[in-house]
Design a protein around this ligand. Structure first.
Ligand code: PNS
Length: 177
């Protein structure tokens, strides 16, 4: 978004893409690639302690998997944050938060989160619709089907698959029952 009137004296638009990334999916990567084509800089911010549940992957693993998967995107940085997203966004001087929307239920929860974040930080959230190829892919489902023996290579970047396989080899079909 270069060339915005009045914005030439700023460092450009930095977007924060926050999430648990437990683990990163191809849907996440698609959102990052599209955001990187829109904004001057995209900061992928991994939440240290997700609210929902104890993460399967350590913070170091989650950051490493993302860093390897975005190596082809020069304007993407990977980092982590603790506490309020609004504080992190303000501290980084970011101008926008990016979130992907897969299904209608995402919209319901993301709307109030976006409004709360704007109220706390004066920073707006931009929603990118998920590519239909990935609209059914979530980190939770990927972990579930993988633990039951499914091949998830289609749903996660290669660097993520490697870490998943190293952490917990997928059971062979004969061991699935
Ligand atoms: O990948 P997720 O689980 O959709 O990511 C959720 C995340 C990390 C973006 C959200 O839980 C978050 O922002 N957590 C930080 C704590 C916070 O600021 N909570 C108030 C949100 S209004």
């Amino acid at each position: 978004m270069n060339g915005v009137p009045g914005a030439s004296d700023r460092q450009g638009h930095a977007a924060i893409y926050p999430g648990s990334f437990d683990p990163m999916t191809r849907g996440h990567l698609d959102v990052i690639e599209r955001a990187a084509a829109i904004f001057d800089k995209v900061v992928v911010a991994v939440v240290v302690n997700p609210q929902k549940r104890e993460p399967l992957f350590t913070l170091a693993e989650r950051e490493r998997m993302i860093t390897a998967s975005v190596a082809h995107l020069p304007n993407v940085e990977v980092t982590h944050f603790r506490g309020l997203l609004a504080d992190f966004v303000r501290g980084r001087g970011a101008t926008v938060i990016v979130k992907g929307l897969r299904v209608v239920s995402d919209f319901e929860s993301e709307m109030s989160t976006a409004l709360m974040n704007r109220s706390l930080s004066a920073v707006d959230t931009v929603f990118l619709p998920s590519d239909p190829r990935w609209s059914f892919v979530s980190s939770t489902l990927v972990k579930e089907v993988y633990s039951l023996g499914a091949d998830v290579a289609e749903y996660v970047p290669p660097a993520v698959l490697q870490v998943m396989q190293a952490k917990r080899p997928a059971p062979r079909p004969a061991e699935r029952s």
